[in-house]
Design a protein around this ligand. Structure first.
Ligand code: LLP
Length: 421
């Protein structure tokens, strides 16, 4: 459930009409609902209320400082995968001891930054990384908490580009070799082994792969404890999917996901960390856009809108579907017709949807791409020198621009022409 609803025939975010934001901020623009973010975060907390836990928001899904501050103020931890994300989490006021650092390619500079700034745990993804972190921490006179990310070789049954838990993926250490690697970790200076980490993929719509992976983690945890490792934390990753189509079967709820966690690892008495991103922020955001032209093609009509693949990359990159709805609600029974909804970028891949069923549209009409709060703004670029898409946060009856649209001058000022040209 989210807070984007029609009222008197117009789409609102909470108590603010989207058309009002379009007038003041222009389009395209991402619009987030604070109440939806709070609600979704609360659902995960509730799903784990049977145990000690920390819900670490996956910063990669939406890294706007205002979003991170809102989550951090509710007590969220953060899952970061780069120095930049670590800096954002800290700038949003999240203390280091609520930040976990994941990712296969942490550099020494990034690790140093997190050790100096404070960190809850590093999730280690390879032996070379483990050795580098050990040497660095020891040289700084520090001992850092670590979990080792294991690759359980479980098929997450999701899009191949966002599945991470199969042996052919670059992530984690094969679970078959985990005991060996934990033994090495225990012997290295500067590291304190505290847990086991796993993340098998994103946009999972079935609980079975989670169940399979977590059962393997439980078995491993018992074996590690028997070998003398003090495993007190399990980081179970993110990945719970969201409904991208309103007319479809909804994926499992956080409460059902929490029950799977309890069933599979609850008996171990570990503190549970999870790293949801999409499920918290995905349906808390829309991308608002305006029709520039309606163009009649040979056998179809194109709706050319002012958002493009540089603003919302998911359809071009993963063939992803985002429901497209008119901001002015169609009258009941009004006829719909198919449109190919496309952006202005010079690639045929800049197509959001073919044959989208919409009421008759005209230049100047507003539309909204739903479920765009996660992996939307964060994956945006300035391709075709289109200014980076701005972001707005709505709370009740007011809103704020939380990232402004750059002017052409600001865009150009980031380049410099060498004196010798
Ligand atoms: N933890 C780790 C270690 C991850 O790699 C990810 C996502 C998450 C947590 C959060 O997963 P979530 O709960 O959001 O599913 N750009 C793609 C999604 C990439 C996900 C990468 N890792 C998309 O637009 O679908």
């Amino acid at each position: 459930m989210d807070h984007f609803n029609y009222r008197q025939g117009e789409l609102f975010a909470e108590d603010v009409a989207l058309s009002c934001i379009a007038r003041q901020v222009g389009s395209p623009v991402y619009i987030y609902s604070a109440a939806t973010l709070r609600r979704h975060f609360g659902l995960f907390r509730q799903a784990l209320d049977w145990t000690d836990h920390l819900v670490c928001f996956a910063v990669k899904s939406n890294s706007n400082l205002a979003v991170l501050k809102l989550m951090g103020d509710m007590g969220a931890g953060m899952d970061v995968v780069s120095g930049g994300e670590y800096a954002r989490a800290r700038a949003a006021g999240v203390p280091g001891d609520r930040i976990v650092f994941s990712g296969v390619g942490k550099t020494l500079a990034e690790m140093r930054m997190a050790i100096e700034g404070g960190i809850r745990q590093f999730n280690i993804e390879s032996e070379p990384e483990m050795q580098a972190l050990s040497a660095l921490a020891a040289s700084m006179g520090a001992t850092v908490p670590v979990a080792i990310r294991v690759n359980p070789d479980v098929d997450a049954k999701t899009h191949e580009k966002i599945a991470t838990g199969k042996s052919e993926n670059k992530f984690g250490i094969p679970i078959s070799r985990a005991r060996e690697v934990y033994a090495e970790a225990a012997a290295l200076p500067g590291l304190r082994v505290v847990g086991v980490d796993v993340h098998i993929g994103s946009q999972l719509t079935d609980l079975a792969p989670f169940r399979a992976a977590y059962a393997k983690v439980a078995e491993l945890t018992q074996a590690l404890r028997a070998e003398g490792h003090d495993i007190t934390r399990l980081d179970l990753g993110g990945g719970l999917g969201i409904p991208y189509r309103r007319d479809n079967n909804a994926p499992p709820l956080p409460i059902e996901y929490g029950a799977v966690i309890r069933e599979t690892v609850g008996h171990l008495g570990c503190e549970i960390e999870i790293e949801p991103g999409r499920n918290i922020v995905g349906n808390a955001g829309v991308l608002l856009s305006q029709v520039i032209y309606v163009k009649r093609g040979e056998d179809r009509d194109f709706l050319i809108v002012d958002a493009a693949m540089n603003d919302l990359l998911r359809p071009a990159m993963y063939g992803a579907h985002h429901d497209i709805v008119p901001v002015v609600e169609a009258a009941p029974g009004a006829p719909v017709q198919p449109y190919d909804v496309v952006g202005p970028v010079c690639e045929s891949g800049d197509t959001f949807q073919k044959g989208a069923e919409l009421p008759a549209m005209a230049a100047g009409d507003l539309i909204a791409f739903r479920s765009a709060g996660a992996y939307g703004a964060v994956m945006a670029s300035e391709y075709n020198s289109r200014p980076l898409v701005p972001e707005v946060l709505v709370e009740g009856d007011h809103f704020a621009v939380i990232r402004a649209r750059p002017t052409y001058e600001e865009m150009l000022s980031r380049d410099s022409i060498p004196a010798w040209l």
